[in-house]
Design a protein around this ligand. Structure first.
Ligand code: ATP
Length: 354
């Protein structure tokens, strides 16, 4: 299926009041698939919101183009695009009722009155606010206000729903509930959702596709699983979850390829690599006690720190050559200062682009 949104070599800069130029997006190339939940993930200032605003028509690119459903959007204002946006601050009209807020866009579009009534009822049902029509939005909780904002955007039947940090104003428990709810909505409606977040857990749990951004560029695009299990760069590896990164040089001897870290630890690599500097990563949970799998290569050291977390214990281990690794072990409680022997499967090591 062709992508619903195509971002083609888009660049965008801003001038700051003190005369500096900020390159918010640098030649971004990206396809957003139709009918899926895609998330733009990255640290503050990496360009996520700028990209969302360009797609929504609130800004124009300096270079490159945005195509929606195959049509170049240059010069097409926000309200004429097949997109709708739910902003961080929901922007509801406090003096209007829930139903009036949701109906507003349809009235502006001069949709006939009976159709407005049925579409508003349908949208409120979708976001589970049936029966709240007559309430003023100022009398609603944060979670309910967010549902009204969603209904107001969905009632216009966009091809793409744009969500800018939609959970930012909600407390932790409500965020979790709304993550499930948003995913359900997207699934039921079958339209593309494009959501901005800097919360990695939120991105992994909600999305079909995660776009990791860094300093105005797309760093990696993949399923949550690919992003977590197979990060391609140090940035992605370090940004999404905890990780051990080993930097050093490759040396191939007698058929097997090893990495010698700068401190001196030797690691068996899963693939043959050319000699030279490289970096590999390994998730903490992939390191196990050596006694669990005696045939696997080992890393020995001592426990610097041991933190009991309920179902697991999180250990910081200093290896013989001075490298430090993190591991999470289930059901064992090595104490600080104790010697420890860990093992890893070379297949779990990921070679990072440098
Ligand atoms: P956050 O998570 O903090 O919202 P973000 O990833 O969404 O960050 P953007 O808001 O897209 O990042 O900003 C990207 C860069 O462009 C930042 O350095 C920001 O300061 C700058 N920027 C964005 N909008 C403007 C503007 N209107 N004027 C000047 N600089 C801007």
């Amino acid at each position: 299926m062709p992508p619903i949104v195509k971002v083609s070599s888009v660049s965008k800069s801003f001038q700051t009041p003190d005369g500096r130029t900020v390159d918010a997006l640098k030649e971004v190339l990206l396809d957003i698939p139709a009918g899926r939940f895609t998330t733009l993930l990255g640290p503050s200032g990496c360009g996520k919101t700028t990209l969302l605003r360009l797609i929504g028509g609130f800004e124009e690119p300096d270079a490159g183009g945005i195509f929606i459903d195959g049509v170049l959007m240059e010069g097409v204002p926000a309200h004429k695009r097949p997109t709708n946006t739910v902003f961080q601050q929901y922007g509801l009209f406090p003096h209007m009722t829930v139903a009036q807020n949701v109906a507003y866009g349809l009235e502006v579009a001069k949709v006939p009155k009976p159709e407005i009534a049925s579409r508003v009822a349908e949208a409120l049902e979708l976001v589970r606010l049936t029966g709240m029509d007559a309430r003023k939005t100022a009398q609603l909780s944060g979670g309910q206000q967010q549902r009204v904002a969603l209904a107001r955007a969905l009632v216009l039947r966009p091809r793409v729903l744009l969500l800018d940090e939609p959970m930012a104003a909600l407390d932790r428990k409500l965020r979790k509930d709304m993550q499930v709810e948003l995913k359900r909505l997207q699934h039921d409606l079958g339209i593309a959702f494009l959501c901005v977040t800097h919360d990695q857990e939120e991105a992994l749990s909600m999305s079909d596709l995660v776009v990791v951004m860094n300093q105005g560029r797309v760093e990696q695009v993949g399923s949550p699983r690919e992003i977590y299990d197979a990060p391609e760069t140090e940035f992605v590896a370090g940004f999404v979850g905890e990780i051990n990164i080993f930097r050093g040089s490759v040396s191939a001897r007698n058929g097997d390829t090893r990495l010698r870290t700068d401190a001196g630890t030797l690691l068996e690599l899963p693939v043959a690599l050319a000699d030279g500097p490289t970096a590999v990563c390994l998730r903490p949970e992939k390191l196990r006690l050596a006694s669990a799998a005696p045939s696997l290569p080992r890393l020995t050291g001592w426990v610097r720190e041991s933190i009991y977390l309920g179902t697991t214990t999180r250990l910081s281990v200093e290896l013989a050559d001075g490298d430090r690794v993190l591991t999470t072990l289930a059901g064992v409680f090595p104490v600080e200062g104790e010697d420890i022997s860990l093992c890893y499967d070379p297949a779990d090591l990921r070679v990072l682009k440098r």
